[in-house]
Design a protein around this ligand. Structure first.
Ligand SMILES: Cc1ncc(COP(=O)(O)O)c(C=O)c1O
Length: 386
């Protein structure tokens, strides 16, 4: 079945008891047993819950996976995946990865004896050279956050597989509507379902999908043992949000493509980062592996009459009326932020500078409002901040 059908039906059947068409929210933390150890598949809600299992089946189907595991946040999904490693193991990771992923590797895993190297994975030769004998996991985020660099998923995963390492792709920015990392050779896909999967900025959640039965079994053990599981209500909300995923992502990308072109041609804009622009350095790879260029754009303003570029960016953000200044992304509403002081503040200043995350860099998550209203809002804020 196609994704448009799977988002609505995968894993979902009318409730056998009531006939309810929509998945019931099963809040019970425990389940009756006919006798000790004799239950109908559920004993305790951390280990398994009917609403969560339905969401997990749907998410797995969307990524073309055999196994799906839902978590309490994207970071919980990441942390659980990294707990498959042992002290002495090494992780090779994209360099401008989400700041929270960097923080888990640097501040949580490193003290536990699991080290990481950060490399520009859009450069295949440098990626290959950074593999070490003890590299057990390759973590790829593409398009990257916030610089929107694109790495060749198939080529990077092939490097990892040849090396005997697991490859994990954070597919939060792209979603399965745009790219399918498992079909390109990844061992697992991770999502912050807080973003496009849920799509309405009212849930924090995470996901891991994989075709690898042994890896899934290990994750299933860790999901229960560590216990960072989502509530049944949040699972219901993500299931509900997923039903419109394809429609939303198409509109996000359509609006973003128009805004990116408009920004590129605007006299107040110095640089635009968007994989759909033909002058994007990895435009060819993006075209090859992404069905659409996505809804995220980063850009840098030219300085105003007074102060630094960063000060003008602050002024510009304060003048917007339709865009909301807020962290996160992937909701129906347009959001705007300064990564250096918001989403990527946990990345050391010198690392940010090396990655091109200037203090004035602006990131937008383009919503599904009228693109004319969005462009008019940006235009008036440009004028008001000069
Ligand atoms: C690409 C990416 N991965 C993972 C995460 C972490 O997800 P969460 O905030 O749901 O823990 C985020 C959050 O912004 C993200 O942008």
């Amino acid at each position: 079945m196609k994704l448009e059908t799977l988002v609505i039906h995968a894993g979902q059947h009318p409730d056998p008891v009531s006939g309810a068409v929509m998945t019931p929210i099963v809040l019970s933390s425990t389940f009756a047993q006919a006798g000790p150890g004799h239950h109908k598949g559920y004993d305790y809600s951390r280990s398994g819950n009917p609403t969560r299992n339905t969401l997990e089946a749907c998410g797995a189907a969307l990524e073309g996976a055999a196994h799906g595991l839902a978590f309490a946040s994207g970071c919980a999904a990441t942390t659980t995946v990294l707990h498959t490693l042992r002290p002495g193991d090494h992780v090779l990771c994209s360099d401008d990865v989400y700041g929270g992923t960097f923080r888990i590797l640097d501040k949580v895993m490193k003290p536990m004896g699991i080290t990481a190297t950060f490399v520009d994975m859009s450069d295949l030769a440098r990626t290959a050279a950074a593999l070490r004998p003890e590299t057990k996991l390759v973590w790829l985020e593409t398009p990257s956050n916030p610089m929107l660099k694109v790495a060749d998923i198939e080529a990077v995963c092939a490097l990892a597989t040849k090396h005997g390492a697991v490859s994990v792709v954070d597919n939060t920015f792209a979603t399965p509507v745009i790219q399918r990392p498992l079909a390109l050779g990844a061992t697992a896909v991770v999502h912050s379902s807080t973003k496009y999967l849920n799509g309405h900025s009212d849930v924090v959640g995470g996901f891991v999908m994989t075709r690898d039965a042994a890896f899934a079994e290990r994750l299933r053990f860790l999901q229960n043992a560590i216990g960072a599981v989502p509530s049944p209500f949040d699972c219901y909300l993500v299931l509900r949000g997923l039903k419109t995923l394809h429609v939303r992502v198409e509109r996000h990308a359509q609006n973003a493509a128009k805004i990116a072109t408009w920004l590129r041609d605007h006299r107040d804009v110095a640089r635009v980062y968007y994989p759909g622009l033909t002058d994007h350095p990895q435009y060819a790879i993006a075209k090859k592996q992404m069905a659409l260029p996505g809804g995220m754009i980063s850009f840098v303003l030219r300085g105003g009459a007074t102060g630094t570029v960063a000060e003008r960016s602050q002024r510009f953000l304060s003048k917007l009326a339709v865009f909301t200044c807020a962290e996160s992304l992937g909701g129906v509403e347009s959001l705007i932020e300064l990564p250096a002081v918001m989403t990527h503040a946990s990345v050391p200043a010198e690392t940010r500078a090396a990655l091109g995350i200037d203090d004035g860099l602006i990131r937008i998550s383009v919503g599904i409002e009228s693109v004319d209203d969005l462009i008019a809002d940006l235009a008036q804020a440009f004028d008001a901040s000069r």
